[in-house]
Design a protein around this ligand. Structure first.
Ligand SMILES: CC(C)(COP(=O)(O)OP(=O)(O)OC[C@H]1O[C@@H](n2cnc3c(N)ncnc32)[C@H](O)[C@@H]1OP(=O)(O)O)[C@@H](O)C(=O)NCCC(=O)NCCS
Length: 187
């Protein structure tokens, strides 16, 4: 699905999360520092609550897709998910996290590209990400992964909006297209 090769020991592969893999989610959350957990969940959670774990495991490969990145020993190092609701079928929310020990080694970029590709294949054309304004890493990641990535502010977060083109690497959207698209969303 996706592979990142740095050295043989550091090879990363990406696969779908299964809905019975609560242990994988727990391992990933345990690998996040308190600050990273706060940035991901917008709250200082020490661990996943039963309800949040259930919600994150509710994946169906179409409307709720989660991809896990694993090291050569099979241990999870990052996760990205997209989810869309029943109404705005062309729009989905994206979220991503990489365990702290693997920050800045390309895992986040690999995951968001892979999950965006999957989302595009099932009809998603816009990704939104709710990011805390101080989260420079996530803002830089999304802006570098999606050449057309707009920003707007909501009450307590920055909302990043990425438009998905015909192919992830085939960006033909003009600024006019972007504003026309946003006007459609608002009407
Ligand atoms: C945001 C996050 C997922 C990035 O993951 P990552 O695996 O470290 O990201 P990558 O190594 O793939 O970085 C890709 C690009 O993102 C940007 N980036 C990543 N971390 C950055 C940082 N600390 N500061 C500035 N830019 C950063 C850079 O442009 C980077 O490219 P470069 O290394 O070639 O310069 C990670 O920091 C994380 O898990 N944070 C906590 C959870 C979170 O905030 N999630 C986002 C909420 S949706």
């Amino acid at each position: 699905m996706g592979r990142l090769d740095t050295t043989a020991e550091e090879r990363i592969t990406v696969r779908e999360l299964r809905c019975d893999e609560g242990d994988v989610l727990d391992a990933l959350v345990a690998g996040l520092s308190p600050r990273s957990r706060y940035l991901r969940f917008h709250a200082p959670i020490p661990a996943l609550s039963a309800g949040l774990r259930r919600a994150l495991l509710d994946v169906d490969g179409r409307d709720r897709i989660a991809l896990v990145a694993e090291g050569v020993d099979g241990s999870p190092v990052g996760i990205a998910r997209v989810s869309r609701g029943p109404e705005l079928r062309e729009e989905a929310e994206i979220a991503v996290s990489t365990i702290d020990a693997w920050h800045r080694r390309g895992v986040g970029r690999l995951l968001v590209a892979a999950v965006a590709e999957r989302a595009h294949a099932v009809g998603v054309r816009r990704l939104t990400a709710m990011v805390l304004p101080e989260n420079r890493a996530a803002i830089a990641l999304f802006r570098s992964a999606f050449p057309v990535c707009l920003t707007r502010r909501s009450a307590d977060a920055v909302v990043l909006v990425a438009l998905l083109g015909a192919g992830i690497d085939d960006w033909t959207v003009t600024t006019e297209d972007v504003f026309a698209d946003l006007a459609d969303m608002a009407s």
